[in-house]
Design a protein around this ligand. Structure first.
Ligand SMILES: [Zn+2]
Length: 491
Protein backbone atom coordinates (compact mmCIF):
# COMPACT_ATOMS: atom_id res chain seq x y z
CA UNK A 1 0.00 0.00 0.00
CA UNK A 2 1.40 3.41 -0.95
CA UNK A 3 2.05 5.92 1.80
CA UNK A 4 -0.97 8.08 1.03
CA UNK A 5 -0.67 11.69 2.07
CA UNK A 6 -3.74 13.73 3.07
CA UNK A 7 -4.47 17.25 1.87
CA UNK A 8 -7.13 18.87 4.03
CA UNK A 9 -8.64 22.34 4.09
CA UNK A 10 -11.44 23.53 6.36
CA UNK A 11 -14.22 26.03 5.73
CA UNK A 12 -15.66 27.21 9.01
CA UNK A 13 -18.82 29.27 9.38
CA UNK A 14 -19.01 31.40 12.49
CA UNK A 15 -22.21 33.17 13.48
CA UNK A 16 -21.34 36.68 14.63
CA UNK A 17 -22.82 37.73 17.96
CA UNK A 18 -24.55 40.93 16.87
CA UNK A 19 -27.81 42.25 18.30
CA UNK A 20 -29.36 42.58 14.86
CA UNK A 21 -29.11 40.91 11.45
CA UNK A 22 -26.55 41.72 8.78
CA UNK A 23 -28.67 43.90 6.49
CA UNK A 24 -31.75 44.88 8.53
CA UNK A 25 -32.66 45.83 12.08
CA UNK A 26 -34.41 42.55 12.93
CA UNK A 27 -33.21 41.20 16.25
CA UNK A 28 -31.09 38.03 16.41
CA UNK A 29 -32.64 36.06 19.25
CA UNK A 30 -31.86 32.34 19.57
CA UNK A 31 -34.91 30.31 20.53
CA UNK A 32 -37.40 33.05 19.59
CA UNK A 33 -40.88 32.11 18.33
CA UNK A 34 -40.48 31.04 14.67
CA UNK A 35 -40.90 33.80 12.08
CA UNK A 36 -41.17 36.52 14.74
CA UNK A 37 -38.00 38.38 13.69
CA UNK A 38 -38.53 39.08 10.00
CA UNK A 39 -39.00 42.10 7.74
CA UNK A 40 -39.17 42.90 4.01
CA UNK A 41 -35.36 43.09 3.80
CA UNK A 42 -34.50 39.67 5.24
CA UNK A 43 -37.46 38.07 3.42
CA UNK A 44 -36.25 39.60 0.13
CA UNK A 45 -39.42 41.52 -0.76
CA UNK A 46 -39.08 43.45 -4.05
CA UNK A 47 -37.85 46.98 -3.46
CA UNK A 48 -36.58 46.39 0.08
CA UNK A 49 -33.03 47.68 0.43
CA UNK A 50 -30.30 46.27 2.69
CA UNK A 51 -27.99 48.37 4.87
CA UNK A 52 -24.81 46.95 6.39
CA UNK A 53 -24.55 46.25 10.13
CA UNK A 54 -21.40 48.09 11.24
CA UNK A 55 -20.93 45.91 14.31
CA UNK A 56 -20.79 42.82 12.08
CA UNK A 57 -18.13 44.45 9.92
CA UNK A 58 -16.08 45.36 13.00
CA UNK A 59 -16.37 41.79 14.34
CA UNK A 60 -15.18 40.41 10.99
CA UNK A 61 -12.19 42.77 11.07
CA UNK A 62 -11.45 41.83 14.70
CA UNK A 63 -11.48 38.14 13.78
CA UNK A 64 -9.22 38.87 10.79
CA UNK A 65 -6.72 40.76 12.94
CA UNK A 66 -6.65 37.93 15.50
CA UNK A 67 -5.85 35.56 12.61
CA UNK A 68 -3.07 37.81 11.23
CA UNK A 69 -5.00 38.69 8.06
CA UNK A 70 -4.69 41.61 5.68
CA UNK A 71 -7.82 43.75 5.78
CA UNK A 72 -9.22 44.78 2.38
CA UNK A 73 -9.77 48.56 2.22
CA UNK A 74 -12.68 48.07 -0.23
CA UNK A 75 -14.57 44.82 0.51
CA UNK A 76 -17.21 44.03 -2.07
CA UNK A 77 -20.61 42.33 -1.78
CA UNK A 78 -21.71 39.76 -4.33
CA UNK A 79 -24.95 37.96 -5.00
CA UNK A 80 -24.99 34.17 -5.06
CA UNK A 81 -28.13 32.95 -6.79
CA UNK A 82 -29.72 29.64 -5.96
CA UNK A 83 -33.10 28.18 -5.11
CA UNK A 84 -33.71 26.38 -1.88
CA UNK A 85 -36.84 26.35 0.32
CA UNK A 86 -34.93 27.91 3.26
CA UNK A 87 -33.98 30.95 1.15
CA UNK A 88 -37.01 33.13 0.34
CA UNK A 89 -34.85 35.73 -1.42
CA UNK A 90 -33.58 33.24 -3.98
CA UNK A 91 -30.06 34.57 -3.45
CA UNK A 92 -27.53 35.12 -0.69
CA UNK A 93 -25.46 38.26 -0.25
CA UNK A 94 -21.85 37.23 0.30
CA UNK A 95 -18.28 38.32 -0.46
CA UNK A 96 -17.17 35.56 -2.72
CA UNK A 97 -17.68 34.65 -6.34
CA UNK A 98 -14.43 33.81 -8.02
CA UNK A 99 -13.94 36.48 -10.68
CA UNK A 100 -10.93 38.55 -9.55
CA UNK A 101 -12.43 41.99 -10.11
CA UNK A 102 -15.19 41.42 -7.63
CA UNK A 103 -13.55 38.96 -5.30
CA UNK A 104 -12.84 41.23 -2.35
CA UNK A 105 -13.45 39.47 0.99
CA UNK A 106 -12.96 41.61 4.06
CA UNK A 107 -9.87 39.63 5.20
CA UNK A 108 -7.28 37.45 3.46
CA UNK A 109 -3.78 35.92 3.75
CA UNK A 110 -3.72 35.16 7.46
CA UNK A 111 -2.48 32.23 9.48
CA UNK A 112 -3.01 30.25 12.64
CA UNK A 113 -0.40 28.22 14.54
CA UNK A 114 -1.56 24.90 15.94
CA UNK A 115 0.22 22.92 18.64
CA UNK A 116 0.47 19.20 18.00
CA UNK A 117 0.57 16.39 20.54
CA UNK A 118 4.33 15.90 20.12
CA UNK A 119 4.89 19.52 21.19
CA UNK A 120 5.66 20.86 17.71
CA UNK A 121 3.85 23.77 16.10
CA UNK A 122 2.46 23.93 12.57
CA UNK A 123 1.33 27.05 10.76
CA UNK A 124 -1.93 26.75 8.82
CA UNK A 125 -2.62 29.44 6.25
CA UNK A 126 -5.95 31.28 6.25
CA UNK A 127 -6.89 32.00 2.64
CA UNK A 128 -9.72 34.39 3.39
CA UNK A 129 -12.51 35.41 5.72
CA UNK A 130 -15.64 36.63 4.02
CA UNK A 131 -18.89 37.92 5.43
CA UNK A 132 -22.26 36.62 4.34
CA UNK A 133 -25.85 36.24 5.46
CA UNK A 134 -27.27 32.97 6.73
CA UNK A 135 -30.33 31.22 5.27
CA UNK A 136 -33.46 30.26 7.22
CA UNK A 137 -34.13 26.93 8.83
CA UNK A 138 -36.28 24.03 7.67
CA UNK A 139 -37.79 21.94 10.43
CA UNK A 140 -38.67 18.41 9.39
CA UNK A 141 -39.52 16.80 12.68
CA UNK A 142 -42.60 18.77 13.75
CA UNK A 143 -45.04 16.64 11.80
CA UNK A 144 -44.79 13.39 9.81
CA UNK A 145 -46.10 14.81 6.52
CA UNK A 146 -44.94 18.41 6.40
CA UNK A 147 -41.83 20.50 6.70
CA UNK A 148 -41.94 23.81 8.54
CA UNK A 149 -39.93 26.93 7.85
CA UNK A 150 -38.46 29.43 10.31
CA UNK A 151 -37.15 32.63 8.72
CA UNK A 152 -35.67 34.05 11.94
CA UNK A 153 -32.19 32.94 10.89
CA UNK A 154 -32.51 34.55 7.40
CA UNK A 155 -29.97 37.34 7.24
CA UNK A 156 -28.05 36.61 10.45
CA UNK A 157 -24.39 37.54 9.99
CA UNK A 158 -21.76 34.89 9.33
CA UNK A 159 -18.05 34.88 8.70
CA UNK A 160 -16.69 32.04 6.61
CA UNK A 161 -13.06 31.29 7.43
CA UNK A 162 -11.36 29.36 4.64
CA UNK A 163 -8.04 27.67 5.36
CA UNK A 164 -5.29 26.85 2.90
CA UNK A 165 -4.99 23.11 2.13
CA UNK A 166 -2.19 22.96 4.71
CA UNK A 167 -3.70 20.42 7.09
CA UNK A 168 -2.31 16.89 6.80
CA UNK A 169 -4.04 14.69 9.37
CA UNK A 170 -7.41 14.36 11.07
CA UNK A 171 -5.73 15.27 14.38
CA UNK A 172 -4.34 18.48 12.85
CA UNK A 173 -7.83 19.33 11.56
CA UNK A 174 -9.19 18.95 15.09
CA UNK A 175 -6.33 21.03 16.53
CA UNK A 176 -7.02 23.78 13.96
CA UNK A 177 -10.75 23.85 14.66
CA UNK A 178 -10.15 23.81 18.42
CA UNK A 179 -7.81 26.78 18.19
CA UNK A 180 -10.14 28.64 15.85
CA UNK A 181 -13.04 28.10 18.25
CA UNK A 182 -10.92 29.46 21.11
CA UNK A 183 -10.09 32.58 19.11
CA UNK A 184 -13.74 33.18 18.22
CA UNK A 185 -14.63 32.91 21.92
CA UNK A 186 -11.72 35.01 23.18
CA UNK A 187 -12.35 37.80 20.67
CA UNK A 188 -16.03 37.77 21.65
CA UNK A 189 -17.24 37.88 18.04
CA UNK A 190 -19.34 34.71 18.42
CA UNK A 191 -20.44 32.02 20.84
CA UNK A 192 -18.88 29.23 18.76
CA UNK A 193 -21.15 26.58 20.25
CA UNK A 194 -21.06 23.71 17.75
CA UNK A 195 -24.09 22.01 19.28
CA UNK A 196 -26.18 25.12 18.70
CA UNK A 197 -24.83 25.43 15.16
CA UNK A 198 -23.17 28.81 15.57
CA UNK A 199 -19.86 27.23 14.55
CA UNK A 200 -20.16 24.91 11.54
CA UNK A 201 -17.37 23.14 9.74
CA UNK A 202 -16.98 21.75 6.20
CA UNK A 203 -13.88 19.70 5.36
CA UNK A 204 -12.23 19.34 1.95
CA UNK A 205 -10.09 16.26 1.67
CA UNK A 206 -8.03 14.59 -1.02
CA UNK A 207 -5.13 12.18 -0.96
CA UNK A 208 -1.92 11.87 -3.01
CA UNK A 209 0.88 9.32 -3.14
CA UNK A 210 3.47 11.57 -1.46
CA UNK A 211 4.10 15.09 -0.15
CA UNK A 212 5.47 16.24 -3.54
CA UNK A 213 2.78 14.69 -5.74
CA UNK A 214 0.10 16.95 -7.29
CA UNK A 215 -3.16 17.35 -5.36
CA UNK A 216 -5.78 14.66 -5.93
CA UNK A 217 -9.50 15.24 -6.53
CA UNK A 218 -11.19 16.40 -3.37
CA UNK A 219 -14.45 15.63 -1.65
CA UNK A 220 -16.18 18.25 0.44
CA UNK A 221 -17.87 16.96 3.59
CA UNK A 222 -20.55 19.34 4.83
CA UNK A 223 -21.79 20.29 8.28
CA UNK A 224 -19.48 18.48 10.65
CA UNK A 225 -20.94 19.58 13.95
CA UNK A 226 -18.48 18.17 16.47
CA UNK A 227 -14.75 17.57 16.80
CA UNK A 228 -15.35 13.83 16.90
CA UNK A 229 -17.37 13.90 13.68
CA UNK A 230 -14.67 15.97 11.98
CA UNK A 231 -11.95 13.51 12.96
CA UNK A 232 -13.96 10.42 12.05
CA UNK A 233 -15.28 11.84 8.77
CA UNK A 234 -11.78 12.76 7.59
CA UNK A 235 -10.49 9.28 8.49
CA UNK A 236 -13.46 7.57 6.80
CA UNK A 237 -13.12 9.64 3.62
CA UNK A 238 -9.37 9.00 3.49
CA UNK A 239 -9.93 5.23 3.74
CA UNK A 240 -12.60 5.36 1.04
CA UNK A 241 -10.35 7.30 -1.34
CA UNK A 242 -7.45 4.90 -0.73
CA UNK A 243 -9.62 1.88 -1.48
CA UNK A 244 -11.04 3.61 -4.59
CA UNK A 245 -7.64 4.54 -6.01
CA UNK A 246 -5.91 1.27 -5.15
CA UNK A 247 -8.66 -0.72 -6.84
CA UNK A 248 -8.13 1.27 -10.03
CA UNK A 249 -11.06 3.68 -9.65
CA UNK A 250 -11.09 7.49 -9.67
CA UNK A 251 -12.27 9.92 -6.99
CA UNK A 252 -15.09 12.14 -8.27
CA UNK A 253 -15.33 15.71 -7.07
CA UNK A 254 -18.49 15.85 -4.95
CA UNK A 255 -20.24 17.20 -1.90
CA UNK A 256 -20.83 14.71 0.89
CA UNK A 257 -22.20 14.35 4.36
CA UNK A 258 -20.98 12.23 7.24
CA UNK A 259 -23.26 9.33 8.14
CA UNK A 260 -22.63 9.02 11.88
CA UNK A 261 -24.44 5.73 12.41
CA UNK A 262 -22.41 3.89 9.77
CA UNK A 263 -19.18 5.90 10.11
CA UNK A 264 -18.95 6.64 6.38
CA UNK A 265 -19.26 9.57 4.02
CA UNK A 266 -22.22 9.72 1.66
CA UNK A 267 -22.56 11.71 -1.59
CA UNK A 268 -25.22 14.45 -1.45
CA UNK A 269 -24.59 15.91 -4.90
CA UNK A 270 -21.91 16.17 -7.54
CA UNK A 271 -19.88 19.32 -7.03
CA UNK A 272 -21.42 22.50 -8.38
CA UNK A 273 -19.16 25.04 -10.09
CA UNK A 274 -19.08 28.76 -9.39
CA UNK A 275 -20.92 29.54 -12.63
CA UNK A 276 -23.93 27.53 -11.39
CA UNK A 277 -24.57 30.35 -8.93
CA UNK A 278 -24.45 33.20 -11.49
CA UNK A 279 -22.48 35.40 -9.13
CA UNK A 280 -22.51 39.12 -9.82
CA UNK A 281 -21.70 42.27 -7.81
CA UNK A 282 -24.58 43.00 -5.41
CA UNK A 283 -26.48 45.90 -7.04
CA UNK A 284 -28.19 47.05 -3.82
CA UNK A 285 -25.00 47.62 -1.81
CA UNK A 286 -22.01 49.86 -2.60
CA UNK A 287 -18.46 48.68 -1.94
CA UNK A 288 -17.47 49.14 1.67
CA UNK A 289 -14.71 51.51 2.68
CA UNK A 290 -12.52 50.27 5.51
CA UNK A 291 -10.22 53.09 6.59
CA UNK A 292 -6.93 52.64 8.46
CA UNK A 293 -8.57 54.46 11.34
CA UNK A 294 -11.33 51.88 11.54
CA UNK A 295 -8.80 49.03 11.46
CA UNK A 296 -6.77 50.65 14.25
CA UNK A 297 -9.89 51.31 16.29
CA UNK A 298 -10.85 47.64 15.98
CA UNK A 299 -7.28 46.53 16.74
CA UNK A 300 -7.53 48.43 20.03
CA UNK A 301 -10.52 46.25 21.00
CA UNK A 302 -8.56 42.99 20.51
CA UNK A 303 -8.41 41.24 23.87
CA UNK A 304 -5.60 39.02 25.11
CA UNK A 305 -5.60 35.90 22.93
CA UNK A 306 -5.31 32.31 24.21
CA UNK A 307 -1.58 31.99 23.42
CA UNK A 308 -0.69 35.21 25.22
CA UNK A 309 -2.80 34.25 28.19
CA UNK A 310 -1.16 30.82 28.42
CA UNK A 311 2.26 32.43 28.40
CA UNK A 312 1.22 34.92 31.10
CA UNK A 313 -0.21 32.17 33.32
CA UNK A 314 3.07 30.24 33.01
CA UNK A 315 5.40 33.23 33.44
CA UNK A 316 3.57 35.28 36.05
CA UNK A 317 1.56 32.74 38.01
CA UNK A 318 4.08 29.89 37.90
CA UNK A 319 1.80 27.37 36.19
CA UNK A 320 3.19 24.47 34.17
CA UNK A 321 2.73 24.66 30.40
CA UNK A 322 0.19 21.84 30.62
CA UNK A 323 -1.87 23.49 33.39
CA UNK A 324 -1.85 26.79 31.52
CA UNK A 325 -3.06 25.07 28.37
CA UNK A 326 -5.94 23.28 30.09
CA UNK A 327 -7.03 26.39 31.99
CA UNK A 328 -6.91 28.62 28.89
CA UNK A 329 -8.75 26.24 26.55
CA UNK A 330 -12.11 27.84 27.34
CA UNK A 331 -12.22 31.55 28.11
CA UNK A 332 -14.82 31.28 30.91
CA UNK A 333 -12.58 28.71 32.63
CA UNK A 334 -9.55 31.00 32.36
CA UNK A 335 -11.61 33.93 33.69
CA UNK A 336 -12.88 31.86 36.61
CA UNK A 337 -9.39 30.65 37.48
CA UNK A 338 -7.96 34.14 37.27
CA UNK A 339 -10.58 35.51 39.67
CA UNK A 340 -9.82 32.67 42.12
CA UNK A 341 -6.05 33.13 41.80
CA UNK A 342 -6.41 36.85 42.50
CA UNK A 343 -8.15 36.01 45.79
CA UNK A 344 -5.40 33.68 47.00
CA UNK A 345 -1.73 33.92 47.98
CA UNK A 346 -0.84 30.78 45.98
CA UNK A 347 -2.01 30.73 42.32
CA UNK A 348 -0.23 27.41 41.69
CA UNK A 349 -2.23 25.72 44.45
CA UNK A 350 -5.43 27.33 43.12
CA UNK A 351 -4.56 25.85 39.71
CA UNK A 352 -4.22 22.38 41.27
CA UNK A 353 -7.67 22.67 42.85
CA UNK A 354 -9.10 24.06 39.65
CA UNK A 355 -7.67 21.27 37.47
CA UNK A 356 -8.99 18.52 39.71
CA UNK A 357 -11.92 19.33 42.00
CA UNK A 358 -13.46 22.42 40.35
CA UNK A 359 -13.35 21.20 36.74
CA UNK A 360 -14.70 17.81 37.81
CA UNK A 361 -17.69 19.53 39.44
CA UNK A 362 -18.17 21.93 36.53
CA UNK A 363 -18.12 19.11 33.97
CA UNK A 364 -20.78 17.10 35.75
CA UNK A 365 -24.16 17.99 34.31
CA UNK A 366 -27.62 16.79 35.22
CA UNK A 367 -27.86 13.04 35.79
CA UNK A 368 -24.06 12.77 35.76
CA UNK A 369 -23.69 13.67 32.06
CA UNK A 370 -20.41 15.26 30.99
CA UNK A 371 -20.77 18.87 29.83
CA UNK A 372 -18.22 21.53 28.82
CA UNK A 373 -16.68 23.17 31.89
CA UNK A 374 -17.56 26.61 30.54
CA UNK A 375 -21.24 25.71 30.69
CA UNK A 376 -21.05 24.14 34.15
CA UNK A 377 -19.07 26.86 35.94
CA UNK A 378 -21.94 29.37 36.19
CA UNK A 379 -24.06 26.70 37.91
CA UNK A 380 -21.60 26.11 40.74
CA UNK A 381 -22.90 27.32 44.09
CA UNK A 382 -19.53 28.70 45.19
CA UNK A 383 -17.57 31.57 43.69
CA UNK A 384 -13.97 31.85 42.44
CA UNK A 385 -13.24 34.10 45.43
CA UNK A 386 -14.37 31.33 47.78
CA UNK A 387 -11.94 28.88 46.19
CA UNK A 388 -9.20 31.49 46.67
CA UNK A 389 -10.27 31.77 50.31
CA UNK A 390 -10.13 27.98 50.76
CA UNK A 391 -6.59 27.88 49.40
CA UNK A 392 -5.75 30.78 51.73
CA UNK A 393 -6.92 28.72 54.72
CA UNK A 394 -4.62 25.86 53.68
CA UNK A 395 -1.73 28.26 53.21
CA UNK A 396 -2.22 29.77 56.68
CA UNK A 397 -2.30 26.31 58.26
CA UNK A 398 -5.86 26.82 59.51
CA UNK A 399 -6.91 23.58 57.82
CA UNK A 400 -5.00 20.65 56.36
CA UNK A 401 -5.20 19.71 52.68
CA UNK A 402 -7.24 16.68 53.71
CA UNK A 403 -9.78 18.72 55.68
CA UNK A 404 -9.91 21.14 52.75
CA UNK A 405 -11.50 18.36 50.68
CA UNK A 406 -14.27 18.07 53.27
CA UNK A 407 -14.73 21.84 53.24
CA UNK A 408 -14.82 21.81 49.44
CA UNK A 409 -17.60 19.19 49.41
CA UNK A 410 -19.61 21.47 51.70
CA UNK A 411 -18.97 24.44 49.39
CA UNK A 412 -20.23 22.38 46.45
CA UNK A 413 -23.38 21.42 48.34
CA UNK A 414 -24.21 24.68 50.10
CA UNK A 415 -22.24 27.55 48.60
CA UNK A 416 -21.25 28.61 52.10
CA UNK A 417 -17.92 30.38 52.60
CA UNK A 418 -15.00 28.12 53.58
CA UNK A 419 -14.32 30.11 56.79
CA UNK A 420 -17.93 29.66 57.87
CA UNK A 421 -17.86 25.91 57.14
CA UNK A 422 -14.60 25.46 59.06
CA UNK A 423 -16.01 27.34 62.04
CA UNK A 424 -19.42 25.68 62.09
CA UNK A 425 -18.04 22.17 61.70
CA UNK A 426 -15.10 22.69 64.03
CA UNK A 427 -12.59 21.75 61.35
CA UNK A 428 -9.76 24.03 62.42
CA UNK A 429 -6.45 22.20 62.26
CA UNK A 430 -5.02 21.29 65.65
CA UNK A 431 -1.57 22.82 66.02
CA UNK A 432 -1.39 22.50 69.81
CA UNK A 433 1.95 20.70 70.37
CA UNK A 434 0.79 19.29 73.72
CA UNK A 435 -2.38 17.71 72.25
CA UNK A 436 -0.48 16.34 69.28
CA UNK A 437 2.31 14.86 71.41
CA UNK A 438 -0.32 13.21 73.60
CA UNK A 439 -2.06 11.68 70.58
CA UNK A 440 1.25 10.42 69.18
CA UNK A 441 2.18 8.94 72.56
CA UNK A 442 -1.04 6.89 72.67
CA UNK A 443 -0.54 5.51 69.17
CA UNK A 444 3.12 4.69 69.81
CA UNK A 445 2.30 2.89 73.05
CA UNK A 446 -0.44 0.87 71.37
CA UNK A 447 1.94 -0.29 68.60
CA UNK A 448 5.30 -1.20 70.19
CA UNK A 449 6.32 -3.72 67.51
CA UNK A 450 5.78 -1.22 64.69
CA UNK A 451 7.73 1.39 66.64
CA UNK A 452 10.72 -0.95 66.92
CA UNK A 453 10.54 -1.70 63.19
CA UNK A 454 10.43 2.00 62.38
CA UNK A 455 13.41 2.62 64.63
CA UNK A 456 15.22 -0.24 62.86
CA UNK A 457 14.83 1.60 59.58
CA UNK A 458 11.48 0.49 58.05
CA UNK A 459 10.62 4.03 56.86
CA UNK A 460 7.27 2.93 55.42
CA UNK A 461 5.91 2.69 58.95
CA UNK A 462 6.12 6.46 59.37
CA UNK A 463 3.06 6.74 57.16
CA UNK A 464 1.29 4.16 59.33
CA UNK A 465 1.92 6.19 62.50
CA UNK A 466 0.96 9.53 60.97
CA UNK A 467 -2.20 7.92 59.61
CA UNK A 468 -3.14 6.44 62.98
CA UNK A 469 -2.59 9.75 64.77
CA UNK A 470 -4.57 11.60 62.10
CA UNK A 471 -7.40 9.11 62.54
CA UNK A 472 -7.34 9.58 66.32
CA UNK A 473 -7.52 13.35 65.80
CA UNK A 474 -10.41 13.14 63.30
CA UNK A 475 -8.15 14.33 60.47
CA UNK A 476 -7.49 17.67 62.12
CA UNK A 477 -3.88 17.21 63.29
CA UNK A 478 -1.20 19.36 61.72
CA UNK A 479 0.85 16.79 59.70
CA UNK A 480 4.15 18.65 60.09
CA UNK A 481 3.76 18.77 63.89
CA UNK A 482 2.70 15.10 64.03
CA UNK A 483 5.89 14.13 62.22
CA UNK A 484 7.96 16.29 64.55
CA UNK A 485 6.34 14.74 67.64
CA UNK A 486 6.88 11.24 66.21
CA UNK A 487 10.60 12.02 65.80
CA UNK A 488 10.86 12.65 69.53
CA UNK A 489 9.74 9.07 70.19
CA UNK A 490 12.32 7.61 67.84
CA UNK A 491 15.44 8.83 69.60
ZN1 LIG B 1 -35.24 41.74 8.77
Amino acid sequence: MADWNNVIGLEVHVQLKTKTKLFCSCEVEPGARPNSHVCPVCLGMPGALPTVNEQALEYAIRLGLALHCEIDPRPMWTRKNYFYPDLPKGYQITQTGGLPYYDHPVCKNGWLDIELEDGTTRRIGITRIHMEEDAGKLIHDMSPNESHFDANRCGTPLCEIVSEPDIRTAKEAVAYLTKLKQIVEYTGVGDADMEKGNLRCDANISIRPGEDAPFGTRAEIKNLNSFTHLEKAVEAERELQIVTLESGGTVEQCTKRYDVANNRTVVIRSKEDAHDYRYFPEPDLPRLTVTDELVERVRATLPELPEDRRRRFADQLGLTAYDAQVLCAEKPVADWFEAAAAASPNPKLVANWMMTEVLREARTGEGGATIPASRGLPNLKFSPEQLGELVGLIEKGTISGKIAKTVFSEMVATGNSPAKIVEEKGLVQVSDVGAITEAVRKVVEANPAQLEALKAGNAKLRGFFVGQVMKAMAGKGNPALINKALDSFLS
